[in-house]
Write a protein that binds this ligand. Structure first.
Ligand code: AMP
Length: 280
């Protein structure tokens, strides 16, 4: 397995891989790999002739008061995981290699970035879209694997790929959870024991919303009431609880069979997100 740090070297390696092995798959990550990431990597390995995993904690997607410095990093164990999954190359550039001196081009997807996580994280999706566009441009994969866990990101990257005519198929992968329902996230490593328990209120809220939907409820205000109660009980600080259209991310007042519920909340200092379709 190659460990590559520079864009020029990654471009050459990706060209070589593609000429021998097609399709080439890309799994973009910020590292601190867990079973959620591993599910993406495994799927890519199954469906592609060769796979590149990128590991880059992208400073441009963190706001000035966010947790860039405290974001978990574990390059050596991450490399071992990739090696075990028979990944062709890991691309782990430095910030300087990703954003060379004079860097001045940004990718914006303003409508899809405006609401949900974008409302309280200005600039977040601009940072995400720019780095994912660069990774696609460097590796030119035929397939890119993204998790539904970051649902707004998935929809926004699909739009960006269409709008920029990037020739890559997006494969959306379902969320991997702990046995008790907590969505796996690199940030979970920063939760204390008590916070870990309180964080469960998020997935519990989503499951309660699904139960309500099955029972025939369609009014979003009623879903929100139940989830808010669950989060408040756990003393989680609610950022948003919304029911959304899965393609446009439009906020809905009446739920449909296709709708998803999306939640963002802070437990202590840790901001967590999760989402599920209301109808499984
Ligand atoms: P991250 O390292 O958090 O930027 O995530 C890298 C990729 O893994 C993104 O496409 C995420 O949506 C995906 N991902 C993160 N957590 C999970 C999870 N629990 N299940 C499935 N995919 C995930």
């Amino acid at each position: 397995m190659k460990i590559i740090k520079s864009p020029a070297e990654m471009q050459m390696a990706a060209d070589a891989l593609r000429s021998k092995a097609s399709p080439l798959g890309l799994v973009p990550t910020m590292g601190a790999l867990h079973d959620g990431h591993i599910s993406l990597i495994k799927r890519a390995a199954k469906e592609c002739a060769a796979v590149v995993v990128s590991i880059f904690v992208n400073p441009t997607q963190f706001g000035p008061s966010e947790d860039f410095d405290f974001y978990p990093r574990s390059l050596d164990p991450d490399l071992k995981i990739c090696k075990d999954q028979k990944i062709a190359a890991v691309y782990a550039p430095s910030v300087e290699a990703m954003f060379e001196k004079g860097f001045d081009t940004w990718v914006e997807v303003p409508s899809l970035a405006a609401g949900l996580c974008g409302a309280n994280r200005p600039g977040h999706f601009r940072g995400v879209a720019t780095v994912v566009a660069k990774l696609i441009s460097i590796c030119r994969p035929e397939r890119v694997y993204l998790g539904e866990k970051d649902y707004q990101q998935l929809v926004l990257i699909r739009r960006m790929i269409l709008d920029l005519n990037l020739r890559v198929n997006v494969i959306g992968c379902s969320t991997v959870r702990e046995k008790d329902g907590l969505a796996m996230s690199s940030r979970n490593a920063n939760l204390g024991e008590n916070e870990r328990k309180r964080a469960l209120s998020i997935s519990r809220g989503l499951y309660k919303a699904q139960d309500l939907f099955v029972a025939g409820e369609r009014k979003v205000s009623e879903f929100k009431k139940v989830v808010r109660k669950e989060l408040k009980k756990a003393d989680a600080e609610i950022d948003y609880i919304e029911v959304i259209d899965p393609d446009t991310l439009e906020l809905l007042e009446m739920a449909l069979d296709s709708s998803r519920m999306a939640i963002a909340a802070k437990v202590g200092e840790i901001r967590l997100i999760d989402n599920l379709p209301l109808k499984e």
